[in-house]
Design a protein. Structure first.
Length: 498
RNA sequence: GCCCCCUUCGUCUAUCGGUCAGGACGCCAGGUUCUCAUCCUGGUAAGGUGGGUUCGACUCCCGCAGGGGGCGCCA
């Protein structure tokens, strides 16, 4: 059998460290068996997917050293590899499902579904579709479709019994069918949901082993139902434990930097990141702890994956990185500095800003040091020196954080607009608003322009520094407690939109 | 609330019934070093809990507890 695995990221934000983690195991497994590793973009969420995010994910995965045999950029015999370009395929397949009764049209409105969920929650039961449209006659359904009534396609799920499934790492897992929702397969906009697109594509792209996050294990019954309905042999499934925050919750950006771009910018080497990731939930039979991607693939044994969710420990990642750094020759290290960003091109962006502020050539490096640091150095009380009250500053930093996350693209104009808008909505002069941001981003009240700095640092490093500032204030007793924060976020959305 | 998964040092992990429970990160101490860092040496620290099975359980089974995930026209 020709082994084929895939990574199927959704292009809805910064490239996630978890994507690299899952991709690594897929890659190692495929290459160990002399097979192919495929990259597929799951951009069926029209509202949130962007091309910029897709590109960033591709670049980030390439940066860590992963190479795919087929993908949206490299092409391949079973493309297209972008789901938004395969809608006709899904629609065609969904017709098969309706024809053989595996799926049915549903005309329920979003309001009714929200209502349904609310009452179900109130009654303390498991929320889920009640099956109202499941019993509609074919004639009735097609009449309403003809009439142009908006509808979705739902999966028909057995009412009783249980789904017995095989997980390659856990063995047999059973889930009662009545705990499986009548999943929407085709949305009203004609796009498929993850479940449909994923199954159809995995089959059409001849994926033999699906290695994915544990978050999917509960939807495996739906997927198996689809394979069965199509008359296809399902691939083997392996659900990897999820990466965690230090508090053991699922790794999230609110508690940890999760963007690969941040680690890149902070000066983590791709081979160190891969090395570290390869040690989470996995161990080599010979106990080795330092290895390259190729070495991992050569020795990879999927059965050695552990099932406890590993905590992503930045300190240990740094230790591995330090070791890789130390093992290099100075010449090699110098070239790493250049590719990392300490190069002529970067200085040409910095120097024009620095020039008016220089008295001596020797002023340049101190002035620009923060642009190459992980975090700027400043006194604990510096953030408050601008005159903005601590409690208020926490709010402003939060708003900035959300606005920066939300920004469609990362340009000077965009950044300027974000802060202009905050100043306006918060009834402040930009001059009052900005001082603490100068500290948070550059580490000093007097420095190079802050918007340009943010631009150069990149969105993820900017977010990281805002986070550092929030942590700093927290340690001084200024923070929004959980419930207050929620309330504040609500007000924020009312004020700034979604 | 319901369903599913998981459970060895603080953290990542080894152990496939018999080990002084090993390694790595962290931390502590000592050595090397003009300082510091590196590097070297040593130390610290673990089988959630209650029952079984067995001559013998970290390892197999069951209960409990704890942790995590899922329950969207998001993936």
């Amino acid at each position: 059998m020709n082994v084929r695995t895939r990574i199927a990221p959704s292009p809805t934000g910064s490239p996630h460290i978890g994507t690299a983690y899952i991709a690594l195991f897929n890659y190692a497994f495929a290459k160990h068996h002399g097979g192919e590793f495929i990259l597929r973009i799951e951009d069926t969420d029209q509202a949130r997917s962007t091309r910029a995010s897709e590109q960033a994910i591709l670049d980030a995965l390439k940066w860590v050293g992963l190479r795919w045999d087929e993908g949206p950029d490299t092409g391949g015999p079973l493309g297209p590899y972008r789901q938004s370009e395969r809608t006709s395929i899904y629609q065609e397949h969904s017709r098969t499902l309706v024809a053989n009764g595996a799926a049915y049209p549903c005309f329920c409105t979003a309001e009714r579904l929200a209502d349904l969920r609310r009452t179900q929650a109130a009654q303390g039961g498991q929320p889920g579709y009640d099956g109202r449209c499941a019993t509609l006659s074919a004639g009735e359904a097609s009449k309403r479709i003809q009439a142009g009534e908006e509808h979705v396609l739902r999966l028909r799920v057995p009412a009783e019994g249980e789904c017995v499934m095989q997980d390659g790492l856990r063995g047999e897992v059973r889930i009662p069918w009545n705990k499986v929702d009548h999943q929407v397969l085709l949305k009203a906009d004609g796009f498929p949901t993850y479940h449909l697109a994923n199954v159809v594509d995995d089959h059409l792209m001849k994926i033999t082993h699906v290695i994915r996050g544990e978050e999917w294990i509960n939807s495996l019954p739906k997927h198996l139902l689809l394979y069965q309905a199509f008359g296809w042999t399902p691939p083997e499934f392996f659900h990897l434990p999820l990466l965690r925050n230090p508090d053991k919750s699922k790794l999230s950006k609110r508690k940890n930097p999760v963007s690969i771009l941040y680690y890149q910018r902070a000066g983590i080497l791709p081979e160190a990141l891969i090395n570290y990731l390869g040690l989470l939930a996995y161990s080599f039979e010979d106990d080795r702890e330092h290895f390259t991607l190729d070495e991992m693939a050569a020795a990879f044994d999927i059965k050695r994956i552990g099932l406890g969710g590993p905590i992503f420990d930045i300190q240990k990642l740094q230790a591995f990185n330090a070791r890789h750094l130390r093992e290099m020759s100075p010449t090699e290290l110098l070239s790493r500095f250049k590719t990392w960003g300490l190069n002529e091109q970067a200085w040409l962006r910095i120097i024009p800003m620095a020039q008016p502020r220089l008295n001596q050539l020797s002023d340049l490096v101190p002035l620009a040091a923060y642009l190459f640091a992980d975090r700027p150095a400043y006194a604990p009380t510096a953030l408050l020196a601008g005159g903005v009250d601590g409690a208020r500053l926490v709010q402003l930093l939060r708003i900035a954080q959300w606005e920066v996350e939300k920004a469609a693209d990362w340009t000077f104009e965009g950044i300027k607009q974000i802060f202009g808008q905050i100043a306006e909505k918060e009834n402040m002069k930009l001059k009052q608003l900005l001082p603490p941001f100068f500290i948070a981003i550059t580490g000093a009240a007097v420095s190079l322009p802050v918007f340009d700095s943010m631009l150069i640092l990149g969105r993820d490093m900017t977010l990281r520094r805002i986070q550092y500032a929030l942590e700093n204030l927290d340690s001084q007793g200024f923070a929004l407690k959980k419930d207050k924060l929620k309330e504040f976020e609500k007000d924020y959305h009312a004020k700034y939109g979604l």
